[in-house]
Ligand binder design. Structure first.
Ligand SMILES: O=C([O-])CC(=O)C(=O)O
Ligand SMILES: [Mg+2]
Length: 229
């Protein structure tokens, strides 16, 4: 199958989360797609991308007692063997990284690995855990949605399980390749096989909104801006 991701992303260009929500409704998918409202962006932004999924699960072993020097070595082993990020090497331009970390409060994604994914083409992140180093993530303008922020590193807390698999985030099953639309209204996920139909009716509602508000702008004597043109 030819990869139509560029074409799909173009169909969703400029659409708002609310429009895409409507597009799902117009396809009788009222029950599906809206990630729980507790997921908020670190800063106001809008991003549309293609889901790249990964799953992490709680680490069940205990951490052996050791000296800080031994701990430094242990942490490096942990990152190499237990809490790996094999998905990083597979990031494509336009990927929206979707991390199911089993809601564990640990900062799997921080200032450093978020920037690495961004460098490789990732356009945004959603996680059911929290990011850490949020000041730098904001400074680097890396879009990130989550229900909370986390402080701790991975070791002794979480381990890598799988990637490119369906994940469950905020009450939505996200499959690799799904369309992820995110803004200040939250996140909505569109199953890839429904993407064209959803985009069509989302666009209809988007244009209706612009038309309606343009008339009101004119009645108010306001200068027209990009949101009504
Ligand atoms: O090291 C980690 O697990 C995440 C992190 O803080 C970073 O990438 O900056
Ligand atoms: Mg860090």
């Amino acid at each position: 199958m030819a990869d139509d991701r560029k074409e799909i992303l173009e169909l969703f260009k400029d659409l708002r989360v609310a429009d895409v929500r409507d597009g799902l409704d117009w396809n009788m998918l009222h029950h599906y797609g809206s990630v729980h409202y507790s997921f908020r962006p670190l800063f106001r932004t809008r991003v549309i991308g293609i889901a790249k999924t990964a799953r992490y699960v709680p680490y069940m072993e205990s951490v052996p007692t050791m000296s800080p020097e031994e701990y430094t070595k242990w942490v490096s082993w942990y990152y190499k063997e237990i809490c790996t990020e094999p998905w990083q090497k597979e990031i494509e331009e336009g990927d929206f990284v979707c991390i199911d970390q089993s809601s564990v409060c640990v900062g799997i994604i921080g200032s450093n690995n978020s920037l690495n994914a961004y460098k490789n083409g990732a356009v945004g992140f959603i996680s059911n855990g929290g990011p850490r180093d949020t000041d730098e993530i904001i400074l680097q303008k890396i879009p990130f949605w989550s229900p909370f922020v986390s402080q701790g590193m991975d070791q002794g807390r979480i381990r890598y399980e799988a990637h490119n698999i369906p994940v469950s985030i905020g009450g939505v099953t996200i499959h690799p390749g799904d369309v992820v639309v995110a803004d200040n209204d939250g996140i909505v996920v569109v199953p890839r096989q429904k993407a064209r139909d959803v985009a069509k009716y989302a666009r209809q509602e988007f244009e209706n909104d612009k038309k309606g508000r343009r008339k009101l702008y004119e009645a108010l004597g306001w200068e027209l801006d990009a949101t009504v043109l």
